[in-house]
Design a protein around this ligand. Structure first.
Ligand SMILES: Cc1cc2nc3c(=O)[nH]c(=O)nc-3n(C[C@H](O)[C@H](O)[C@H](O)COP(=O)(O)OP(=O)(O)OC[C@H]3O[C@@H](n4cnc5c(N)ncnc54)[C@H](O)[C@@H]3O)c2cc1C
Length: 384
């Protein structure tokens, strides 16, 4: 039977980053188990690739303060590109309430040590992007080190480095059962059984069924998100940041020769739905043309649009660390749509907790599983 010091269930960007951080810290006998024939078929390959430090809670800001510089130096560290493009995130407020919210977040971000964030006046936004409909924009916030990465490339970079330095990746290996045995675990997969003392649930939107295998009810729900890429379009500058219209939630960023359009339909309900709904195109284009009038004539090929799953928790924060009831079983779940941008910090935190029982990166008790039972939820409102 195969044995490993640490078994990571799920070979998306989170499992790959944890593998990298464990191996880099000297723990080499790491096995990553992925049920698909290739990595990236879960949420990682569907992501918009946005990375930002403009959050509303200190712990999310801290996770970004580790992760974004990590992405900036990714190629140096791992010898593989992640295509970090620091083009920024620009939040556009259309009400004083939104502006007060951005101001309060800005104060927290500065207090936590974020350097490149600033509040911007409505006039400045209008002169930066004259093609945005700006009549109702009262101001905004902009952080120049926010931007985008290529999630697939980052995931492969993490896993390749980890494999080159000792870790093993099993593809085409679905986990079917986890049995507690002699203080450890026997994990039954479609490729055979593996024994370990430490298991990490990195199964993304499928985290709850994995937790159920050891009797845990994990509050992580799948929620569909759809993205629409445009055909090549050069009437709006490709140097643009991620631009967020706070009045509708519509946001977009340059991608290739076109743009990637996103809007989270508030009518979406939880479930494993990964089909793209054709009716979404009209809904999103209406919002796009409302904020960016030149988008009225943008071409979209519905066959290139796609859907994927967010992994939502009740307070929109991840669940990180060891289960209080099942020793040796760790969570790295529930990123609520921020798993790409926070995967470097997650890898470091999980590696610290597994190898030393503590971490300096965040106060890990804030994100542990017990917070739900203890009534210590911390709400993140800056979810896109
Ligand atoms: C449309 C969309 C846009 C997004 N935009 C952003 C963004 O801009 N920025 C950002 O940071 N995040 C974004 N996200 C969220 C981000 O993609 C996720 O948070 C992140 O990819 C989660 O990574 P993961 O490794 O936990 O999950 P995944 O990539 O889903 O990996 C989990 C893996 O577990 C495997 N697995 C599941 N069950 C089993 C089993 N029984 N046995 C073996 N393997 C199993 C799956 O096959 C999968 O490969 C977006 C998501 C979507 C859908």
């Amino acid at each position: 039977m195969h044995t490993a010091d640490v078994v990571l269930i799920g070979g998306g960007i989170v499992g790959s980053s944890i593998a990298y951080h464990l191996v880099a810290a000297g723990c080499k006998n790491v096995l990553v188990i992925e049920r698909e024939t290739a990595q990236g078929k879960g949420s990682t390959g569907k992501s918009m690739g946005g990375v930002r430090a403009q959050f509303s809670t200190p712990v999310n800001i801290q996770m970004s303060l580790y992760s974004i510089p990590f992405y900036a130096s990714f190629e140096e560290r791992l010898g593989h590109p992640c295509d970090y493009r620091p083009q920024g995130y620009l939040f556009c407020a259309t009400t004083e309430k939104h502006m007060a919210y951005l101001r309060a977040n800005y104060e927290k971000q500065i207090a936590m040590g974020l350097k490149n964030v600033r509040l911007v006046a409505g006039d400045e936004i209008r002169s930066m992007f004259p093609l945005l409909r700006g009549d109702d924009i009262v101001g905004g916030s902009f952080c120049s080190t926010d931007g985008f990465v290529d999630p697939y490339s980052a995931m492969i970079g993490f896993m390749t480095w980890a494999s080159d330095h000792g870790a093993t990746l099993w593809k085409n290996a679905g986990v079917n059962a986890i049995t507690c045995k002699g203080g450890g675990y026997e994990i039954a997969t479609t490729r055979g059984t593996v024994c370990t003392r430490t298991v990490v649930n990195c199964a993304g939107a499928w985290a709850a069924p994995i937790a159920k295998m050891v009797g845990i009810d994990l509050p992580v729900e799948p929620l569909r998100r759809m993205l629409v890429p445009t055909e090549p379009f050069d009437l709006f500058p490709h140097t643009a940041p991620m631009i967020i219209d706070m009045s509708s939630g519509f946001h977009f960023r340059p991608e290739g020769r076109g743009f990637l359009l996103a809007w989270n339909d508030p009518e979406e309900t939880p479930g494993y739905k990964t089909d793209f709904e054709a009716g979404f195109i009209e809904k999103i284009l209406t919002r796009a043309a409302d904020r960016v009038p030149v988008f009225e004539n943008v071409a979209v090929n519905p066959k290139r649009a796609w859907a994927g799953l967010y992994e939502m928790t009740p307070d929109h924060h991840p669940i990180l660390g060891e289960s209080p009831e099942v020793p040796g079983f760790f969570f790295a779940n529930g990123f609520s749509g921020h798993g790409v941008m926070h995967s470097p910090a997650t890898g470091k935190i999980l590696s610290d907790l597994i190898l030393t029982g503590k971490t300096d990166l965040i106060d890990a008790s804030l994100l542990n599983f017990s917070r739900f039972a203890d009534g210590r939820m911390i709400h993140e409102t800056a979810v896109l």
